[in-house]
Design a protein around this ligand. Sequence first.
Ligand code: F3S
Length: 399
Amino acid sequence: MQLTPFEKELLSGQHGRAARKAMEILDALGTIYHARRMVPVTSVQISGVSYANLGEAGLQFLTEMADGGGKTRALTTLNPAGMDIENWQGLGIDPDFARDQERVLHAFARMGVITTCSCTPYLSGNLPHFGEHIAWAESSAVCYANSVLGVCTNREGGPSALAAALTGLTPEYGFHLDENRLPTLTVRVNAQLHETHHFGALGKIMGEKFEQSGVKPVPYISGIPEASVECLKSFCASLATYGGNALFHMEGITPEAATLRPPDETLTIHQDEIEQAARSLTIASSSEVDFVSLGCPHLSIREIARLAELLEGKHVTKEFWITTARPTKQTADRMGYTKIIEDSGAKFATDTCCVVAPIKGRFNAMATDSAKACYYAYAKNRFKTVLKSFDEVVQEALK
Ligand code: F3S
């Protein structure tokens, strides 16, 4: 790797212990992936924030980086934490866990990381523009950034994202290079997709087919005339979960698609496959559902407005968590949506999500509109799942 004089200074420790450690991580990564140089990044998103995942060893590493003078050199935000920072008691989180989670957030804040605690940084002010180089962790956000925003990022892990934040750099390999962003397979969607759970089902079926084939293509998707931000975030989360994909192009929708030629090799997805994929994520009956959750990825303000409309004057009969970013919740507060939603008995689980919160075994079956949430609810928390449309999920909470 060719390093600039400033990068060499970072590596030699002239800018502090934390910057040296960060540069060592990036230098090693760049060497492994045969990067020729570093590129400056304008934005970073760090994952691995929940104390449930980090543990004491992870917290120790963060504390050492903060003690070593670590300071962000690019706009840096955080993935969901293991709890709602203001209302963890209301969600039944253990006080010991809460204390440790606060230590984690404090360590990040000391380094200048903005503790948004959301997997949709692009809805909360961390919105890079087309063509920029960034270093994001969080698979759904990475897929959204590369594909929908047209920025360039690899799928970083927690340590490499932190290293990028503390240096303002990332090694130039993978999706930072134009040749790796070209589509390698056309996916023709011969189905009507209107709602978030349809897009989640599409991500599942595509991801599973790619996994079975043993190759991870960059898909060029045609046949989808329109897709909202909410549908795209659902699709990105699902495709990244089931296929590990970090980039796709969607004809007429994503920015790079217009400049690209669809590959000849084509895979067609039919309506019945979408419906079958959605059905396969319903492994509980409605009567078994004791937990309802919306907000994987975190809800947008438009989704919260719809939720308030559906819940106004009604009362939920099940534990119902709404996961979103603190800035979105604050907008909901101002608009009166929060009061309507909380009056119904539903709860905001701001700053966190049902996968990173320590709730394993607390519920039997979860209803959601998110194919990604279904995957982790079962794999991590052992909840059975019911996948429905957004509005149907709300009805499930009211039954
Ligand atoms: Fe976000 Fe948690 Fe889902 S991080 S994408 S809400 S699993």
